[in-house]
Structures are given as structure tokens and as C-alpha cells.
Design a protein around this ligand. Structure first.
Ligand code: FES
Ligand code: FES
Length: 269
């Protein structure tokens, strides 16, 4: 989901309002859930993580799941959110591995055919849709394909921007959503860094790391009333990433960006 409509953000805010009650009613009654085996995998190349499923015995079983932690592309670069990869009826699906409620690691429960959170019982469908709270939002889902050699390819982003000499350069026309003031676009850099791009005014394009500074949600962003809103728990930021309100402790990490009216240059330092 690249952008959230105002209606959807308001719906999520309404769900958030009920979360503490749901949490109280569920605490202490969750059942034990087996965690998925956890593995480190190389950073994505051009937005794609590739694994050989033959190296992961859990994936040979119906309903088998593994929890993948992609390595950062370079020392010191932002960590990429973990992914839960599941084999179901001979095909695969992949969703974000972190629960948007309180950041527990998700796992798959074959008997329920759902992604579930062992902490307070949130449940998600195989496409990341929220099935049961207390989480207020779903989790991201990723396209998964299998190549002719049997490798599993997980595509984190189709909007991959190449880094050359530490910089990203692209024409503003590449993203029509940024041609209007208040516009918003998600993208990823070729080293896997997830980006939020915004058009703050006629002369300014901003680029920020997509990890919310509250609990690192990356996929529930939208623009409402000229504010960048993380719908996981309702933090709001200016379009240049400065903190405005909500549980986030600070503004978003922003990258130095220039815009001459035609071309955007982002320096990833
Ligand atoms: S962390 Fe509370 S339901 Fe997942
Ligand atoms: S992760 Fe909690 S408000 Fe964004």
C-alpha cells in the first residue's frame, strides 16, 4: 500500500482508540505459540531478497515458516525490518515480521492458517490484513516468486532507486504523486533503505527513512492535513520529518535533498 486515504487513516485511529481495552481483556489468556526459526539473510539487491528454500528445512513442511532478518547493506546503515516467510500448499507468502501492536515477533500457526502474535494474540491473514487486535493495523505483505533454479525471491519494493556515489538522482516526473504540493511516495534505495518522499512546497522535496521512531513501523504511512501520519499508533510529523505529536520520541531521520524543479538528488549519508 503506497498511500493511505484519509478515510482509512481515520478508521485506524478509531481502532486505536479501542486498543487498550482489548489489550486488558486479552492479557494473561494467550496460548503458547511456537516461534518461527530465525535466520540472518543478506541485504536485498535492488529491493529483492533471495533465499534457497532447500537450506531451510522448515520450508519443506506444509505451514512451515521462517523469520528472516536482512543484514544492513553497509555497516551503520538502517536495519531492514524482519520478514516472516511461510510455505503454504507448495507456494510461499511473506509479510512483515513485527507486530504493529508492541513490536513482538510474529509467527505462523498452521492450524489456524493465520499469522499470529504470541504476545497479546493479534492475528493477520496471509496478505497482512488485520484479522484480530489488539494491533490496530495490518502488516505489510511482499510479492514472492520462485525462479527457475528454485530460489525464493521476496520483493520489498518495486520503486527501487539506484545509489551512485552515495547519492540517488531521479526526475520528479518519475513519481506523479510528488508533482503536487503535499504529495507523498514510498520507495526504497538499492541498498534496501526504505524511504518516504514528500513534496512540502513548490520548491522542496524531502526524503526520510521510513522507520517510524516510535516502534519502527514502516508501512502504515499516509498524509492527512499536510501531516505525515504513522497509523500504527498515531504519531504525526511535518512533511520534512520533524516531530509534531503522538508517541514517537523524535522526528524521522531525514536525508539531505536538493530539488531544482526537475531533478531530485538525495544524499544518503
Ligand atoms: S505485540 Fe501485542 S498483540 Fe502483538
Ligand atoms: S510505530 Fe508507533 S506511531 Fe509509528
Amino acid at each position: 500500500m503506497d498511500e493511505l486515504t484519509r478515510r482509512e487513516l481515520l478508521r485506524r485511529a478509531a481502532l486505536l482508540a479501542g486498543a487498550p481495552i482489548a489489550l486488558r481483556s486479552l492479557s494473561g489468556c494467550q496460548t503458547f505459540i511456537d516461534p518461527a526459526g530465525e535466520f540472518s539473510v543478506p541485504a536485498p539487491t535492488n529491493g529483492v531478497i533471495t533465499i534457497d528454500p532447500r537450506h531451510y528445512p522448515a520450508l519443506t513442511k506444509q505451514g512451515g515458516a521462517i523469520f528472516l532478518r536482512p543484514e544492513p547493506a553497509t555497516a551503520g546503515s538502517t536495519a531492514i525490518s524482519p520478514i516472516l516467510l511461510v510455505q503454504q500448499s507448495g507456494t510461499y507468502f511473506a509479510v512483515g515480521g513485527i507486530c504493529p501492536h508492541s513490536s513482538c515477533e510474529l509467527t505462523y500457526v498452521p492450524s489456524d492458517k493465520q499469522v499470529e502474535c504470541p504476545c497479546h494474540g493479534s492475528r493477520f491473514a496471509s496478505d497482512g490484513t488485520l484479522m484480530q487486535g489488539p494491533a490496530a493495523t495490518g502488516v505489510p505483505s511482499y510479492k514472492v516468486t520462485v525462479d527457475s533454479a528454485g530460489h525464493v525471491l521476496i520483493t520489498l519494493s518495486d520503486n527501487v532507486l539506484q545509489i551512485v556515489g552515495g547519492k540517488i538522482t531521479f526526475p520528479i516526473s518519475q513519481f506523479p504523486s510528488l508533482e503536487t504540493v503535499g504529495g507523498f511516495q514510498r520507495a526504497s534505495a538499492s541498498d534496501g533503505t526504505l524511504l518516504l518522499l514528500t513534496r512540502g512546497n513548490q520548491a522542496t522535496v524531502s526524503a526520510m527513512d521510513a522507520h517510524c521512531t516510535h516502534a519502527a513501523c514502516t508501512d502504515n504511512w499516509g498524509v492527512v492535513d499536510q501531516q505525515l501520519v504513522c497509523a500504527c499508533h498515531g504519531s504525526a510529523f511535518k512533511l520534512d520529518g520533524h516531530y509534531l505529536s503522538g508517541p514517537a520520541p523524535a522526528g524521522l531521520r531525514s536525508y539531505s535533498t536538493t530539488f531544482d524543479g526537475t531533478t531530485v538528488v538525495i544524499t544518503l549519508a
